[in-house]
Ligand binder design. Structure first.
Ligand code: ZN
Length: 411
């Protein structure tokens, strides 16, 4: 096994990353939205590399790219290794891509050593994880897990083109999407390698870590109403300033979040009306995003925050309302897979670090039909969704080696 470990070629991954990065509509960063000319070119490249790695390549009914490497026992359930091929606007080169290319690299290494595991291995490039073009999310992986609904394909892009129409344009038949769903009996489990998108591994000075689970997230829209008025004539004590009230609410949210370990709260969007330099803000609308790995903790923190916000609003004579936009439960990685990843980390001289993923991944959708495991790879300054996203070749080497050894243990 030692020989195999050393022959994972991060140079090959790095070179392929550059080739894929060129499949982009923008010069700055990578912009590769789903069901576009650029995503088709990327698919062709990835298909070619999958074939080079000894895999039989097919495209499922939704457009996910799947390479299969048969095991010695072809009817045994397959281990799936996946991540996504789409990107956000002006993204980095590694998000999603690194997981797909590391999977191909692992299989190519087995193939070059003429090694066949007992279980088949499938490497999957999901077509729409970021969902930037249609404001969707996890379309590809939801199709695979059977959780996609027909109405999801009616989502429209900025030009009014639906997912279904964009699929048809590329020769896919949207009405057949349900055929992309996999029978759980044919799957051994799902492993995803992904850049961390956070600073933990960098702080721990380690190339990779195991993911314990993916945090649940809830999102709210809020509206705070006070009284607009002249900025010069209304005394401070007589004002009902919606923005000052909202500011106090945001500080209270931060304070509440600090009471719970690993809870994160973000107000990422605010609009102020009427929005003039000489008018007291009358109405503020915004969003609240709250995440935690335990759904119960998230719920308790949310109740705390909403109660505190109500108190602030009442004291200031403001009227506020919160409406939930989204609530997705946390997803745990399988303990068996965490153990395997930690064993491989220890064998490679690394600490058994466990990280909660604050970001969503394809693994979340796949978790509804099979056990999932995730490996995080360090990225510089924890930056992602930005052209500055960066992973060293040495870290890619470490990540692919860990993946290879985990795959060998599982198959
Ligand atoms: Zn990603």
């Amino acid at each position: 096994m030692q020989v195999m470990q050393q022959s994972v070629s991060a140079q090959r991954i790095a070179q392929r990353i550059e080739e894929l990065a060129a499949c982009s509509t923008t010069v700055r960063g990578v912009t590769r939205l789903s069901f576009t000319k650029e995503s088709e070119t990327a698919n062709e490249l990835v298909s070619q590399w999958m074939r080079e790695a000894g895999m039989i390549v097919r495209r499922d009914e939704l457009g996910n790219l799947i390479g299969r490497y048969e095991g010695t026992q072809p009817d045994a359930p397959a281990l799936l290794i996946g991540s996504h091929l789409d990107s956000v606007v002006e993204a980095g080169k590694y998000d999603g891509i690194l997981g797909v290319l590391s999977g191909i690299e692992v299989v190519q290494t087995l193939h070059e050593h003429q090694y066949r595991p007992r279980h088949p291995i499938e490497v999957i490039g999901f077509c729409d994880e970021e969902g930037t073009r249609f404001h969707t999310t996890l379309l590809g992986s939801k199709a695979l897990s059977g959780d996609l609904r027909a109405e999801d394909l009616q989502a429209k892009d900025e030009q009014g083109i639906t997912v279904a129409a964009a699929m048809q344009e590329l020769g896919l038949e949207p009405s057949r999407y349900h055929l992309a769903a996999r029978d759980p009996k044919t799957i051994l489990g799902y492993i995803e390698l992904h850049i961390e998108q956070g600073p933990v591994l960098e702080q721990e000075m380690q190339a990779c870590g195991a993911v314990s689970g993916i945090a649940g997230a809830a999102r709210y829209h809020f509206r705070v109403e006070g009284n607009a008025g002249h900025a010069g004539t209304v005394p401070i004590s007589m004002r009902k300033d919606a923005l000052v009230g909202t500011s106090e609410m945001i500080l209270a949210m931060e304070k509440a979040a600090q009471k719970y370990q690993n809870l994160v709260v973000t107000v990422g969007k605010l609009s102020v009306a009427p929005g003039a330099s000489n008018v007291i803000p009358g109405v503020v609308e915004g969003t609240l995003d709250i995440r935690h790995i335990e759904d119960q903790t998230k719920k308790m923190a949310l109740a705390d925050i909403l109660e505190e916000c109500r108190r602030i609003l009442a004291r200031r004579g403001l009227v506020g309302e919160f409406s939930q936009i989204m609530d997705s439960p946390a997803v745990a990685c399988s303990q068996r897979f965490i153990n395997e990843i930690e064993t491989v980390l220890a064998e490679s001289g690394m600490k058994p670090i466990q990280i909660v993923s604050g970001a969503g991944h394809d693994a979340m959708a796949v978790a509804s039909i099979t056990d999932i495991g995730m490996i995080f790879v360090r990225c510089r300054d924890g930056v992602s969704h930005h052209p500055d996203e960066f992973v060293t070749v040495a870290d890619m080497q470490a990540g692919a080696s860990v993946l290879l050894n985990v795959v060998l243990r599982l198959t």
